[in-house]
Design a protein around this ligand. Sequence first.
Ligand SMILES: NC(=O)c1ccc[n+]([C@@H]2O[C@H](COP(=O)([O-])OP(=O)(O)OC[C@H]3O[C@@H](n4cnc5c(N)ncnc54)[C@H](OP(=O)(O)O)[C@@H]3O)[C@@H](O)[C@H]2O)c1
Length: 228
Amino acid sequence: MTPPTKQDTMAARHLTFLVFGATGGTGKHFVSQALQDGHKVRALVRTPSKLPPGNANLEVRQGSITDLTDTDIDGLVKDADYVVSMLGDVNLQKQAKINTAFVKKLVPSMRRQGVKRFLYQAGGLSKPYGGQLSPLLWTIRYTIARGYAGQHEDNEAVMEYLATEANDIEWIVHRAGIGGDGPSKGELNRSKTNWSVATFRDCAAYTYRTISDASAVHTADFSCYGTA
Ligand SMILES: NC(=O)c1ccc[n+]([C@@H]2O[C@H](COP(=O)([O-])OP(=O)(O)OC[C@H]3O[C@@H](n4cnc5c(N)ncnc54)[C@H](OP(=O)(O)O)[C@@H]3O)[C@@H](O)[C@H]2O)c1
């Protein structure tokens, strides 16, 4: 008999995903995949009308990550199986590390609520803590992608915080490469060295699969099409 895969195990249980960034390029695909598989999604969003109505498994709470009290965050985190962040606000992140400030409140709440697993989607152009960018990625980051500098600095501060102060949490960072929306180009795999310019849909599918992958805990890897 074929042993069950990680996806089989996840599909067999009905889980609750707490999602930040559910209305974004990656987040909208992530939410639809989780709902399609019969899971529950609790999403904090600034604009609820951006989410499709009428799914009893989708619990929408309105708010901004910049305005939440510890009590608000505890209420969101309570009873979640997995927490996932696909957050980004390129303009605000030019001035402030909003994601880092939020993750520094989220992790203590996860400890209080006994929730262990957290996946944070960052960018392939964000340096992992203690690591470097290849010359090619460095060049892209400081030329055509320089408008995203604040977002990368914020993502890097999140990775530093997770690696230095949150190793009791089962954190996973996905350093995604995304070229835009569109149909699937294939399945992404985790890689320390290879990266691809993927579609939002494929990044979301990868993030969704990877959150249940124990071997990804405490990694900040790329995703790539084909062999890792
Ligand atoms: N886009 C790319 O090309 C790309 C490439 C590689 C990696 N990444 C990384 O992937 C992650 C997600 O990117 P994405 O492009 O999928 O996201 P995105 O399309 O920019 O969407 C960001 C999401 O974050 C939400 N958000 C922003 N500020 C918020 C706040 N204060 N409170 C609550 N929600 C807030 C947005 O809500 P609203 O709908 O209300 O704005 C939206 O749902 C980021 O870390 C980014 O660095 C992106």
